[in-house]
Design a protein around this ligand. Structure first.
Ligand code: SAM
Length: 220
């Protein structure tokens, strides 16, 4: 599915979020001020927008969709950015234990086949004291916003996605997957269960998205 949407992915992100996605990723990157110095792994990096929002620093972007990674690589080289792009599944990352000071995931965890298994794998590659920052859509907590968000999903996201992307069904999956996935509070609770101390839990844009940041204490 992600290969099918890769070509128009950035355009549709900007259009369908009215460019809020750019500001949300900046908030995610801003939260890395809480991390110890060191390399960042951006997991489920897609076309690389999170890594390319970070200052330079030998960071790594990983994704299991090689078509997405090819676009990320092209964007990075156009911008003169040195990033290591590595194919890999978030549930079995191709990195040693304790390799990164921070791990970011933007709009990725919702798609993991095993959400808590994925969190445990992200924990594995973090140093003690490292930070995990998750940006994800959620079904907004306030009823009126929830209604607008669901209508937007049905009447704008699904049809515009069908028109512009190469996978007709992918953008119908998006709103449905948001409604069916955990909200930010549940993401925070899951992070605590796998051993993170939650430092930040913030609703963004009236709760359309949520930013959750945790620090890894002692490795379990
Ligand atoms: C909605 S895109 C988000 C891309 C990017 N993080 C962003 O901010 O635009 C979701 C990405 O997660 C990737 N993904 C989903 N499950 C994954 C997994 N188990 N391992 C690696 N990548 C995964 C998909 O290939 C896709 O590129």
């Amino acid at each position: 599915m992600f290969a099918g949407v890769a070509r128009r992915y950035d355009l549709l992100n900007r259009l369908l979020s009215l460019r809020r996605d750019v500001a949300w990723r900046r908030e995610l990157v801003g939260a890395l001020a809480l991390a110890p110095p060191g390399r960042v792994l951006d997991c489920a990096t897609g076309t690389g927008d999170v890594v390319l929002t970070l200052p330079q620093g030998g960071h790594v972007g990983t994704d299991f969709c090689l078509d997405m990674l090819a676009l990320a690589r092209r964007k990075a080289s156009q911008r003169g950015r040195a990033v290591a792009w590595v194919g890999g599944d978030a549930l079995a990352l191709p990195f040693r234990d304790a390799s990164f000071a921070a791990v970011t995931v933007a709009f990725g965890v919702r798609n993991f086949a095993d959400f808590e298994g994925g969190l445990a794998e992200l924990r594995r590659v973090l140093v003690a004291g490292g930070v995990l920052a998750i940006l994800e859509f959620q079904d907004p907590p306030w009823r009126a916003v929830r209604w607008v968000s669901r209508v937007w999903g049905r009447l704008v996201v699904a049809p515009v996605g069908r028109l512009l992307s190469d996978d007709g069904d992918a953008y119908a999956y998006l709103p449905a997957s948001v409604v069916n996935f955990a909200d930010g509070k549940q993401v925070a609770a899951a992070m605590e269960r796998v051993g993170f101390e939650v430092l930040v839990h913030r609703n963004l844009s009236l709760g359309i998205a949520a930013l959750t940041v945790g620090r890894l204490g002692e490795v379990l």
